[in-house]
Design a protein around this ligand. Structure first.
Ligand code: NOJ
Length: 536
């Protein structure tokens, strides 16, 4: 029954194996978007009710944060059951209805495959800690009698965890974890683990999910004498995973979350036989640096350091997401600079990053928000918008962990920002009432009624992007005029030639461009379709 349902839902989409290269992705947490049943927590019913909004915005794919059964100690990245929906968010039936409704609108759905670790409440871990050492059940996870193994592996959640090992009194052994201590790492040296993961993957792909984001994918294996990241064994596993997907399914996509330097990140594409997409982490902080420094160098420099990628592969670009603005892929000096100019309040910092949303980071400067979004939409890759950033939502750095950037979506000036009918005290997190970003002024309703709003500007940007395949598939060539405050590049796909000129300065600048290669052509400004004099 469920299979039939899924099949009919997937055929609503065009048959396009490279859909992700032309996509505009919208990242959203079910719990934060809209509350359909009035319990103060967003759910699939609520998300389905807002699909018209997302279609109107023009996005072509949704990336959903984990919505599985979980103690929610890491907002769902601590999974206790890979194939059940957390009751707060609804039922599998609700999910299927949502998936079908999204597909009917031509919107694809990307979900999370968190395979590096589970929750310590997952039955696999409960079984492992009771099992005899040496058994397969025990070896679902990585155990040790000492904390001395793999000393070169860094600690990622350095504000919270002193070690990658924690003692389990039941097992009377230490277990390995790259994130919170309640998230034991699965042991990929155990073939039974591969099988269990493939079963979970099949469950969602059979249902019709279009893509999977592979969370924390560099850390699957551990080997002595290494930093336990990007190991050859991890890439071998990914090739096997890709083969499995290709042999059973059409038009699906794997997206690697590998917070790595460009040369390590490209490895996740393999020879076009690992992940289809990978986030480009290092380019993100450099967009912010270039803007503050009013200098194109950081952007050009990191893209120069980025190797070419296989034909079918694609970078995923983003400005902000549900985590801190990570500063792992910058030098110590650049990190100090970023903290100084973007997070002078120590409360805005967490681990190695900044827990702020886009608008507050840019001092709510509309022109800067537009500039960074324009770059997000025109540099090589597929843009990912973080929910709420299309209306310039604010944040709350006084909430714990990364919750300050995960507050309810602001729909209107009504109670609870139109997110939920519940008692405001029952909301999963409070709505934003900071004077500058108060939900009474920053909300979808108000902006829909104002064609000059950021929301309308974003809608036009999304549409513009979708009209030209050169943005998603074209080559890039930088022009290097004398004035370094201006970033200039040409995106090209056969006869589609797009010149992008970005003034990074707060002030008006002039720049002389050598466009002799385009002599005789008539430039057309893309936002207004204004024709310029032909180039001489
Ligand atoms: C990366 C996710 O983006 C983050 O939110 C999570 O805490 C870690 N992986 C651990 O799963």
């Amino acid at each position: 029954m469920s299979r039939k349902f899924a099949k009919s839902s997937s055929i609503l989409l065009d048959d396009n194996p490279l859909w992700y290269r032309d996509a505009v992705i919208y990242e959203v947490h079910v719990r934060a978007f809209h509350d359909g049943n009035g319990d103060g927590i967003g759910d699939f019913q609520g998300l389905s009710e807002k699909l018209d909004y997302l279609q109107d915005l023009g996005v072509t794919a949704l990336w959903l944060l984990p919505f599985y059964v979980s103690p929610l100690k890491d907002d769902g990245y601590d999974i206790a059951d890979y194939t059940q929906i957390h009751p707060d968010y609804g039922t599998l039936h609700d999910f299927r209805l949502f998936l079908r409704a999204a597909h009917e609108r031509g919107i694809r759905v990307i979900t999370e495959l968190v395979i590096n670790h589970t929750s310590d409440q997952h039955p696999w871990f409960l079984r492992a800690r009771d099992a005899k050492p040496g058994t397969s059940a025990r070896n679902f996870y990585v155990w040790s009698d000492t904390q001395e193994r793999y000393p070169e592996a860094r600690i990622i959640f350095k504000d919270f965890e002193p070690s990658n090992w924690s003692w389990d009194p039941m097992a009377k052994a230490y277990y390995w974890h790259r994130f919170y201590s309640h998230q034991p790492d699965l042991n990929f040296d155990n073939p039974e683990v591969h099988k269990a993961i493939f079963d979970a993957l099949d469950f969602w792909l059979d249902m019709g999910v279009d893509g999977l984001r592979l969370d924390a994918v560099p850390y699957l294996y551990e080997r002595e004498g290494t930093n336990c990241e990007n190991l050859a064994e991890t890439h071998a596993f990914l090739k096997k995973l890709r083969q499995h997907v290709d042999s059973k399914y059409k038009n699906r996509m794997l997206l690697a979350e590998a917070n790595q330097w460009p040369e390590d990140a490209v490895a996740y594409f393999g020879d076009g036989d690992e992940c289809h997409m990978a986030f480009h982490f290092p380019v993100m902080p450099r967009l912010f640096m270039s803007l503050y420094m009013e200098d194109r160098f950081p952007i050009i420099d990191i893209l120069d350091q980025t190797p070419a990628i296989p034909e079918s592969s694609q970078w995923a670009l983003f400005l902000r997401n549900h985590d801190e603005l990570t500063l792992e892929m910058v030098t110590d000096e650049d990190r100090d600079y970023m903290y100084k100019v973007y997070a002078s309040d120590p409360r805005a910092r967490i681990n190695l990053g900044i827990r702020r949303r886009l608008a507050p980071l840019l001092a709510t400067n509309r022109r800067r928000v537009e500039l960074l979004n324009s770059l997000l939409f025109s540099l090589p890759g597929t843009p990912v918008i973080y929910y709420g950033d299309e209306i310039g939502m604010g944040d709350n750095i006084y909430l714990g962990d990364r919750n300050g950037v995960r507050t309810p979506m602001q729909w209107s000036a009504d109670r609870n920002a139109g997110f939920s009918r519940t008692n405001p005290q029952r909301l999963y997190l409070p709505v934003i009432i900071d004077p500058e970003h108060h939900y009474e002024t920053v909300n979808v309703d108000a902006q829909q009624q104002n064609p000059a709003s950021l929301l309308w500007w974003m809608k036009r940007l999304v549409l513009l992007r979708k009209n030209y395949q050169a943005f998603g598939r074209g080559t890039i060539e930088f022009l290097l005029p004398d004035n370094r405050k201006v970033l200039v590049f040409v995106r090209r796909l056969s006869d589609e030639i797009i010149l992008v000129v970005a003034n990074l300065s707060r002030f008006v600048n002039y720049v002389e461009l050598d466009l002799s290669a385009y002599k005789g052509m008539v430039p057309v400004e893309l936002f207004g379709h204004t024709r310029f004099p032909s180039m001489s």
